[in-house]
Design a binder for this molecule. Structure first.
Ligand SMILES: C[S@@+](CC[C@H](N)C(=O)[O-])C[C@H]1O[C@@H](n2cnc3c(N)ncnc32)[C@H](O)[C@@H]1O
Length: 271
């Protein structure tokens, strides 16, 4: 591949170089959970996920990679013009705190989230999450939502960040493809769903709920699937705002499905 128009990579030898600030201590979850949204950034890793983030319109602040990934990442470097910092694998590990086996990391700028009312007006099938505060579950739910035709995801303020590194990785970059917004104040803002004509279905393992297999939906129906936290499930006040409780039948002796598994089954069945 020609390197004629590629911005020259910037070689870094000092792990304390301030230009690498975005990548410091990536394994410190508590620090990163606070710092990344405050600084308006998130980290994407690996060629495909980085390309998806760029393709979705997120501006790239910089790339950090080792030499052997330069050619593979050249199209992204050329397209964005962002600085590409190159170091040895040992330097990358010292800066980030882990062995960067996907070869390249990108510091991306966050963009403003869409207005929930605009999403609700344009969508027909949505997923609403309350207190899903585990990044792996959030990533897996977005992956299913993207694969199974969900138009949008709405998040209570206590949900995990879809742009946190683990969510992005587990979602395989689908967090960039499915539009999402935060619903605030919670749960009062749920009134928007009623205003937009959504049938609100609370997913719950409770035995008295309607069996998912018995539901018949018109393709034109606007449907919102609500899913709750791993511990307590949906709160009583959110359940009270839903039109129907729906369960996925399970074998005797099993309490519940993992929330991401439940989302996949329900999206497949209803969306
Ligand atoms: C681990 S479960 C929570 C279990 C909690 N004890 C409860 O009763 O809801 C997490 C979420 O996954 C969904 N879920 C899990 N199993 C389900 C099932 N069999 N049918 C419908 N939804 C289910 C629900 O939305 C639930 O809030």
């Amino acid at each position: 591949m020609s390197t004629a128009s590629r911005p020259a990579p910037i070689r870094i030898d000092d792990p304390a170089d301030p230009r690498l600030h975005d990548y410091v201590a990536l394994t410190d979850m508590e620090l990163r959970k606070r710092a990344e949204p405050e600084q308006g950034l998130f980290i994407a890793e690996g060629e495909k996920v980085i390309a998806r983030a760029v393709g979705a319109g997120y501006p790239m602040r910089s790339l950090l990679l080792s030499d052997k990934w330069l050619d593979l990442m050249a199209p992204v470097i050329e397209r964005t013009g962002a600085p590409a910092y190159v170091g040895t694998p040992a330097l990358l590990e010292e800066v980030t705190g882990f062995h960067v086996h996907r070869g390249a990391l990108a510091a991306m700028a966050r963009t403003p989230l869409p207005d929930p009312a605009a999403l609700l007006a344009a969508a027909r099938r949505i997923v609403v999450l309350e207190k899903v505060n585990n990044h792996t579950n959030i990533g897996a739910i977005f992956r299913s939502a993207a694969a199974l035709g969900t138009d949008a995801v709405l998040l209570a303020p206590d949900c995990a960040d879809p742009l946190y590194r683990r969510s992005v990785r587990v979602s395989m970059g689908t967090v960039f493809a499915v539009p999402y917004a935060k619903l605030e104040p919670w749960p009062q803002a749920l009134g928007l769903l009623r205003e937009h004509g959504y049938r609100r279905m609370a997913l719950t393992p409770a035995p008295e709920a309607v069996d998912l297999r018995e539901l018949r939906l018109d393709p034109q129906d606007k449907v919102a699937l609500f899913l709750g936290s791993e511990g307590d499930g949906l709160s009583a006040r959110v359940m009270a705002q839903c039109d129907l409780r729906v369960r996925i039948a399970m074998a005797a002796g099993v309490d519940s499905l993992n929330v991401a598994a439940a989302a996949a089954v329900a999206c497949f069945a209803l969306m």
